[in-house]
Design a protein. Structure first.
Length: 372
C-alpha cells in the first residue's frame, strides 16, 4: 500500500534525485534556497512511498510571508511536482496535491504556483495576476536616452560589495509589497534559476541592485532607492551587458518603474503572473484592495459575496478599505472558480457579477514571490 507522508531529513538525496530525474535538472544548482547542501527542506516535501519503500512522487510547498502594506499574508509556493517515470498515471500527484491543500487550509491564506494552466485548475488554482514585460533595444537607449547622464554608474556582484546583503534587505522591506526574505539566505535566493545579483553603484556608492539571468539580457528584479535613477541605470546597464536587447519586468502597482520603462521601451506586453488558490478570501481582499487603493486607485463602493463558502463584504470609503467576514442579504454566491476569476483575471468583466467599476482584478505580485 502506498503511503503519502512528509519526507524525512535522511531522504534528502533520494527526493532530490527523483526531482532531477523527473525534470532533467540539477535542483541543487537550479534552486539552492530549497536544495543547497546547507538546507534541510524535508518538512516542505510530501512524498509517495511504495510497498518497497521507494519514493515514487513528491510535491513541495515552501512557506513565505508576504507583506502587503500593513498586512501579512501567509503564503505557500508550490513546486517540484515530480513523479517517477515508472509511476505515472497511478494518481500520486493528485493524492499529494490534495493532501497539501487540506493541510494548508486554516494555516495559509493562499497557495501560489507556476505551471500548465489546465493541469492545476483541477486542484482549484486560477491563472491570474498582472505583470508588465518590457523590451528595450539598443536603439531605444541610443536615441531615447541620449540626454540621460549615466556617468559614474557601475555594476559589481552584489555580495562582493561590503554591506551589499544588508542594503538589498533594507531596500526590499521599504517596498509597498514584498516577501520577507531571510538576510542570510539572500545569496541563495538571488542565485535561484541560475540568476545573479548585481549591485548598482553611483560613484562607488550602492544605490540599487538588479537580478539578471546568465546571459545578462533579462532583468528579473529592478530595485533602486530613487526613481530618478531608473533611466540612468538602464542606459548604463545596456552598455555594461553588451546586449542588443533586454527584457525587464514590473508589477502593476510599481508606478514609477512602469512610467520610466513604458516611456522608453520598444514595446511591452501585459502577462498573467502565476496561478493562485485562495484559502482565505477576506485576508487576501483586505491586503490587495488596500494596495490597489494606494497605487492604481479604487472607486468608493461596497461589494458583498459568498466566495467558495466564505461570506465577505468589502468596502472602500474615505477611511480606506474594510473587509468583514459576513455577507449582505441577497449577496451573490460564487464557487471557487468564479470567485478567483473575479479577483484575478483580466476577463472578470465578462462575469455577470455586480462589482463596482475599478475594483478588479487585484494586482497580485509575481516576481517578488521568491519562486523555487
Amino acid at each position: 500500500m502506498v503511503k503519502y507522508r512528509t519526507a524525512a531529513p535522511h531522504e534528502r538525496e533520494e527526493y532530490i534525485d527523483l526531482a532531477n530525474l523527473a525534470f532533467r535538472f540539477d535542483f541543487e544548482i537550479l534552486m539552492p534556497k530549497a536544495y543547497d547542501k546547507s538546507v534541510d527542506s524535508s518538512a516542505m516535501h510530501k512524498v509517495a512511498e511504495d510497498e518497497q519503500g521507494r519514493l515514487r512522487a513528491l510535491v513541495a510547498v515552501f512557506p513565505e510571508s508576504l507583506r502587503v502594506g500593513e498586512d501579512t499574508l501567509r503564503t505557500g509556493y508550490l513546486g517540484t511536482v515530480s513523479v517517477h517515470p515508472r509511476a505515472r498515471g497511478e494518481g500520486h500527484m493528485k493524492a499529494l496535491m490534495n493532501l497539501w491543500i487540506e493541510e494548508l487550509r486554516g494555516t495559509c491564506d493562499m497557495v501560489v504556483l507556476y505551471g500548465q494552466r489546465q493541469r492545476y485548475e483541477y486542484f482549484g488554482f486560477t491563472l491570474g495576476g498582472v505583470k508588465f514585460k518590457y523590451t528595450v533595444a539598443e536603439a531605444n537607449v541610443r536615441h531615447g536616452l541620449r540626454e540621460v547622464d549615466d556617468t559614474g554608474i557601475s555594476f559589481s556582484p552584489l555580495f562582493e560589495i561590503e554591506g551589499g546583503a544588508e542594503f538589498a534587505h533594507n531596500l526590499n522591506i521599504s517596498r509597498l509589497a514584498y516577501v520577507e526574505r531571510n538576510l542570510e539566505q539572500l545569496p541563495l535566493i538571488f542565485s535561484t534559476l541560475c540568476q545573479k545579483a548585481l549591485g548598482v553603484l553611483d560613484q562607488g556608492k550602492l544605490m540599487g541592485y538588479l537580478v539578471v539571468n546568465e546571459a545578462g539580457d533579462d532583468i528579473a528584479e529592478f530595485a533602486l532607492e530613487k526613481a530618478d535613477d531608473i533611466l540612468r541605470t538602464l542606459k548604463a546597464y545596456m552598455a555594461y551587458s553588451r546586449a542588443g536587447r533586454i527584457t525587464t519586468y514590473a508589477p502593476e502597482y510599481e508606478i514609477q518603474l512602469n512610467k520610466a520603462l513604458g516611456g522608453i521601451a520598444e514595446d511591452f506586453v501585459i502577462e498573467n503572473s502565476d496561478m493562485y488558490h485562495i484559502l482565505d478570501f477576506a485576508n487576501v481582499l483586505k491586503a490587495y484592495l488596500t494596495l490597489k487603493l494606494k497605487t492604481t486607485g479604487l472607486v468608493p463602493g461596497e461589494f458583498s459575496a459568498v466566495m467558495d463558502g466564505q461570506p465577505v463584504t468589502a468596502r472602500v470609503d474615505e477611511e480606506g478599505v474594510s473587509v468583514e467576514r459576513s455577507a449582505r442579504p441577497g449577496a451573490v454566491v460564487l464557487d471557487r472558480l468564479q470567485a478567483q476569476t473575479l479577483l484575478l483575471s483580466q476577463h472578470s468583466r465578462c462575469m455577470a457579477v455586480d462589482a463596482p467599476t475599478g475594483w478588479f482584478p487585484l494586482p497580485l505580485f509575481w516576481y517578488k514571490i521568491d519562486k523555487f
